[in-house]
Structure formats: C-alpha cells, structure tokens
Design a protein around this ligand. Sequence first.
Ligand SMILES: *Cc1c(COP(=O)(O)O)cnc(C)c1O
Length: 243
Amino acid sequence: MSNLATIADNIQDVRENIARACAVAGRTSDDVTLIAVSKTKPVSAIIEALDAGITHFGENRVEEAALKVPEVKQQRTNLPTWHMIGHIQSRKAKAVATLFDVVHGVDTPKLALKLAEQAQLVGRVLPIMLEINISGEDTKEGFLAHGWETNNAVKAQLWQEFEAIMGLRGLSIQGLMTMAPFYDEAEATRPIFRSLALLREALSEHFKVVLPQLSMGMTNDYAVAIEEGATMVRVGRAIFGER
Ligand SMILES: *Cc1c(COP(=O)(O)O)cnc(C)c1O
C-alpha cells in the first residue's frame, strides 16, 4: 500500500490476500465477505470503493453513518450493505435499527433487547452478531468469554445470555464477532480466532441453531482470521489508508 496506490489498487491487493489465505485453509474466496471499514473517511472514498466493486461497508458511529448513508444513496443506485461495527449506546438503538443492515457490536443483553424492540417497531428482523471478548482485556467490549473452554462459570453465563437473546423477536443472530488484541505479529492472534470459531461450534451444537457468520480479522490480522474460519473480515486501513 503506497501513497500512490488508489483505493481500487488497495482493494485488489486485499482481495488477492483473501484468496491466498483461503487457499491456505482449503476454502473458497466466496465464503469470505470483505467489509470495507470506511469510518472517518469521506463519502468520495466510499464511492470510489463502491465503483471498484465493494458491496459491504462498515461504520462505527451512528451520527457519522446517518450523514454518509443517505449521501451514498443519492450518488449511486447500487446500494451497499451497511454494517454497524462499533460500540452502541442503548439510547441509539432506534437509529441503528433503521440505518444499518447488519449490527456486529451487540455486546449486552440490554442492548439486544433495545434493538429487538426497535426492529419490531419498524417491522423488520435485524441481523446481528454478538460481540465476544475472547482475550479478556478489560478495554474490550463484548460478552466475556475468556477461558470459556475450561471455565464453567464463564460458559454458563454465556449460554444463559445467548439463550435469552435467541428468544428475542426482531433479531436474528447470524454469528459471532470479535476483535483480537493488537500484536506486532499477526500470528499471535490465532488462538483468539480459533477460540471464537470453537465457541460458535459449541453454541450451534448446544442450541441447535445455524450461526453462519464469524466476523473476525482487520487490516493487521485478516489473513490469520480467514485461516481460522472468518466469514467476514472488517478491513479499513489496508483499503482507505491510515486514519
Ligand atoms: C476500525 C475497525 C476495523 C478496521 O480496522 P483496520 O485496522 O483499519 O482494518 C475493524 N473492526 C472494528 C470493530 C473497527 O472498529
């Protein structure tokens, strides 16, 4: 990614890296959705990416998206899918439930309930991802799942929360989302992604539900995430440059 590279060039590079990681894992690129994270970037950059074939965008602030989503709609007829990837305050649930197509950052039962209420009010079923804190860092949002494989209390709590959210009308749990800690070596993130993939398997099996999506991997670590089963990668800087 040089300064002269265009957004279209960057997208091409990212797509090649995705294909390579899929090949390593014996998967097909069609299984991986590239979400271009356009937070802080102008609408002109989104249009460039859209014209270069991007169909999914990620934003992390409601106010910012409320400006950008309608602007994009004015400029193009091929509308992308908008993903809310940031932390959501409950009082913004209404805006989120109307503005976004998919919500990744559902991190408390209370927020899930608010989103469910709002989705029902506008007569839709909102696809959501539960944000999971695998690493246990206290700076991270998400349902605490650090050590869930061996810690029965952590597991019991998670199972209970999952069951409650599963029962909410207005929401459809599509899968799990996580953010790995920042490490110098991307390889160090592997256990985090592997643990999330195993958690998805365990929940699917226990609750007899299909959880098609694993939203994991960002600019620094998306190749590792794909090797561990990511179906959605959220890539910002590698496409749009530094923020
Ligand atoms: C900003 C952000 C990304 C993208 O990060 P990059 O390092 O720019 O690829 C992905 N996921 C979440 C939740 C983010 O906030």
